[in-house]
Design a protein around this ligand. Sequence first.
Ligand code: ATP
Ligand code: MG
Length: 418
Amino acid sequence: MRICGWVIRAKKFKKVIIVEVSGDSSTKPYVLVFKKEREPELFEKAEELDVGTALCFEGEKSQVQKSKRGVEYVVKDFKVYAKPLDPLPVDTIGKVPVLLDTRIKYRYLLLRNPVEKAIFKIRAGVLEAARQYLNDNGFLEVHTPKIVAAGAEGGATLFPLKYFEYKAYLSQSPQLYKQILMASIPRVYEITPYFRAEKFNTTRHLNESWGIDVEQGFIEDEEDVMKTLENLVSYIINYVRKIYVEELEMLGIELEPVNPPFKRITYDEAVELLRSEGIEIPEGEDLTDAAEKKLGELMMEKGHQIYFITNFPWSTTGFYYMRKEDGTHTGKFDLDYKGLELASGGQREHRYDKLIEALKLKGLNPEDFKFYLEAFRYGMPPHGGFGLGVERLLMKMLNLSNIREAIIFVRDRTRLSP
Ligand code: ATP
Ligand code: MG
């Protein structure tokens, strides 16, 4: 068996050399033990193994296992493929604390540390579970353009770019496209980047983040969509609990299971609850971050770590949400987990005339949405969906204090490389 990776620790004594190698998908390092008496030639060669060296080795698991850090190997042979030109700028066994800025810059090196890698293995597991759940439930995975002519949420949050002689933008959400597809594929999903041009300065926003975006047709109301979302999130969390036992343990995370149905409270109830705690929410405005957090604490006290906030007022939502009979509320909901918004979704307006009216009411020009609107003329069924933030979910599952820990390469206000 040939195993490849990088030296993350090398201890050299007179008669024994112990080298830890991290590579492929193992959760723990391989511990290579060289003994001068047992393999004099290899021992001499092993003297050149320093932290950062890339190598492959062949060997067998040792009869005696003394290391607590990994499985010990007796090496038959090894080959060095590359040596570092400089000492490593970060500690790849996680002993020396590293500032966030440096962590982000050198994440590709830190990932040699199996503990660090565990976060991103779980991230891949989240997406694998999502695909499994959605595929099994009749959703078709699609891809929609990331270069677009119009945004769903308004101009201020769009990154502009030149597209030959046209003005274009990076897509902030697949909203308009997944809705158009409701005219032919009643269940779609897309795992997609969101590009948002706000000058965020928080621990929970990125300028390029990833979402699991779902849209579903022939619904009665948003309750159908909420069922899909709560089942999906439960499936993902329970999948990670089952498959990533070792990784969770390495990270010291006790991930609690979640089970549907999740608690539902209306926006009005949430506002009332917050007001009774002395937190003011101006009439018809979205919940502030502080309010969202406080609500999380209040809900936790009642035993709900995950819950829906439903019936958001029309004054807080995008134009495409369906208004309720009363004209002031909508079928929009948020899903919050441990006091943070994980997803937004709801029932959309599928009636052509109402949609035109809604655009105008929101001060938008129907001319800018021509291609979108036309799709509503040919038998558009009632539909709804949601966008679920991948980094937000990972952050809350793994108790990461900053969303930048949940993505390998960070795009934020000041980071454009690596
Ligand atoms: P927030 O109000 O928290 O800024 P949002 O309401 O603008 O988020 P949505 O448009 O509802 O975001 O996007 C759906 C989901 O995608 C959010 O619930 C969140 O999980 C995730 N998301 C959106 N924008 C970002 C971002 N800038 N960084 C990280 N995740 C994001
Ligand atoms: Mg939202």
